[in-house]
Write a protein that binds this ligand. Structure first.
Ligand code: AMP
Length: 279
């Protein structure tokens, strides 16, 4: 695996591959890699001639400075994991490389999508995500971008960004990889004590409960049962919502259309998100 820290160097390398007609798959990450990230690397390796992973803890997407400061970094381990899983190139830029002093902030017109769920609880978060992904995809110019369903709203936001930019980058959304207890793998799980980690399985149990018990009609009573399940297990719940695939919130299910349930809840100040397709 080749590691690049400078935009000019990686651009030159990728240009040579593009001239050869090689396809490029790209997996953007914030590091502290786990099997969820690796599943994206594997998918890209299967589909493409070249796989590029980036590790960059993007300051502009953190609305909470403590969350940014406590974000885990495990670079040596990340490099080992990427090498072991045949990643071709790691892009490891500094903050100045991504946001030089002359960097001009844009506003991305994301519409209602960015105002609900994570957008509501983390103001400015998706603008920050778009800022970094816009920059990264302009550098990597990948054919396919690999994203995890765990961050379902982020997948829709990035798809919208690609549409706004008029790019023909293909977005592939890969399934959520889970721990044995059902907890979605996440870099933030590293901040959980063992008891909290075990308890955090309640998040997936709650989603499964909703999947098994959703019925046509008003969904509010099942949502309050789910909220109780989480609060009784020590969680502080930001939201539990049922929505359609475009993330329009549903309070009454017609019994036919596709639905997804999305949860954000904290345990001892570690904020976790997860989702499950219900129907
Ligand atoms: P992050 O490093 O958290 O920014 O995540 C980088 C990419 O990995 C994003 O597209 C995430 O959605 C994806 N990802 C994170 N956790 C998982 C998981 N448990 N399963 C699959 N993909 C994941």
């Amino acid at each position: 695996m080749i590691i690049y820290k400078k935009i000019n160097d990686i651009t030159q390398h990728l240009d040579n591959h593009r001239k050869e007609g090689h396809t490029i798959g790209f997996v953007p990450t914030m590091g502290a890699l786990h099997n969820g990230h690796i599943s994206l690397i594997t998918a890209s390796n299967i589909d493409n001639d070249l796989t590029v992973c980036s590790i960059f803890v993007n300051p502009t997407q953190f609305n909470n400075s403590e969350d940014f400061e406590k974000y885990p970094t495990t670079l040596d381990n990340d490099i080992d994991l990427l090498e072991l899983n045949d990643c071709d190139i790691l892009f490891l830029p500094s903050t100045d490389e991504i946001y030089p002093p002359n960097f001009i902030k844009q506003h991305y017109e994301l519409g209602a999508l960015a105002d609900v769920l994570e957008g509501k609880y983390r103001p400015g978060h998706f603008q920050g995500v778009c800022m970094v992904v816009d920059k990264l995809i302009s550098i990597i110019q990948c054919d396919t971008l690999y994203l995890g369903q765990k961050d379902y709203q982020q997948c829709l936001v990035i798809s919208k960004l690609i549409e706004l930019k008029g790019l023909n980058t293909f977005v592939k959304i890969m399934p959520t990889i889970r721990e044995d207890n059902g907890l979605a793998m996440s870099s933030r799980n590293k901040r959980l004590q063992i008891g909290e980690f075990n308890n955090a399985a309640t998040l997936y149990k709650t989603l499964s409960y909703l999947k098994n018990n959703i019925a046509p009609g008003d969904v509010n009573s099942i949502i309050s049962e789910a909220t109780n399940l989480l609060t009784n297990n020590g969680f502080i719940v930001d939201y539990i919502e049922v929505a359609n695939e475009q993330l329009e919130i549903i309070s009454n299910w017609d019994g036919k259309s596709k639905t997804i349930c999305l949860i954000a809840a904290s345990i001892n100040n570690v904020r976790l998100i997860d989702n499950l397709i219900l129907t």
